[in-house]
Design a protein around this ligand. Structure first.
Ligand SMILES: Cc1cc2nc3c(=O)[nH]c(=O)nc-3n(C[C@H](O)[C@H](O)[C@H](O)COP(=O)(O)O)c2cc1C
Length: 211
């Protein structure tokens, strides 16, 4: 039995969001193909994802200096502990589906905060004499993203920074099996919007059978 995290960084649901609609189609098909797997939804807009702020730095600093966790302030304790929980949940899973809309050439800021919560030396990567080494080899990840224009090819491809960033982070964790499904160009070509969405849903359902 595998555990799959369904991580959504969107304030809306599948009825209004293209990325959420494709994400739901993927997860529904995945559940059907893998009834014994555990799917854990992580709605980044409804859970607590602490930003790395002064409390987190001071809490980490105290722990590094050998102080006991109980000596941290209340805010330091809750933020440091929550960041640890998010990393541990990620490490314990086998597969990941990230669902984001393209916002200003990448993704919503809560997604960056979540990624920051995962980048923990000793858990998702480690430093060695030969540079950083990912600690999550063998896991697989998928990024589903809707974009008003076209970025997977053509003149705007160089401006795309969300999927590329996520790909670098997955590689940093040792996750080399990383794919993308993009619903793109529906704002640029509104007359084709429905077709673009339906094609992405079909690709998602298809991939879900073998993911
Ligand atoms: C805040 C914001 C920023 C956006 N930035 C871009 C962008 O950089 N490039 C683009 O092609 N579309 C951009 N769009 C359009 C969205 O990518 C497009 O509407 C997409 O369908 C959003 O995903 P969703 O349908 O899941 O909400 C932006 C939309 C919003 C609301």
């Amino acid at each position: 039995m595998a555990t799959i995290l369904h991580i959504t960084a969107h304030p809306h649901d599948h009825q209004t969001s293209y990325s959420m609609a494709v994400g739901k189609a993927f997860i529904d098909a995945y559940r059907e193909a893998n009834p014994n797997d555990e799917v854990i939804p992580i709605d980044l807009y409804s859970i607590s994802v602490p930003h790395i702020d002064a409390d987190v730095f001071s809490g980490w600093g105290k722990l590094r200096g050998g102080q006991d966790f109980s000596s941290l302030s209340k805010d330091e304790q809750s933020k440091v502990a929550r960041l640890g929980e998010l990393t541990d949940q990620f490490v314990a899973a086998d597969k990941y589906v990230f669902v984001t809309p393209m916002w200003n050439f990448s993704f919503p800021p809560i997604m960056k905060a979540y990624i920051d919560s995962l980048c923990t030396a000793g858990k998702t990567f480690k430093y060695t004499e030969n540079g950083p080494v990912g600690l999550l080899p063998g896991k697989k990840a998928l990024h589903i993203q809707a974009r008003g224009g076209v970025y997977s090819e053509g003149p705007a491809a160089a401006m795309e920074m969300g999927h590329r960033y996520l790909s670098i982070i997955m590689g940093f964790f040792g996750i080399t099996d990383f794919q993308g499904i993009f619903v793109e160009g529906h704002n640029q070509f509104p007359d084709k919007a429905q077709q673009i969405k339906e094609e992405a849903i079909a690709r998602a359902k298809d991939l879900a059978k073998s993911f």
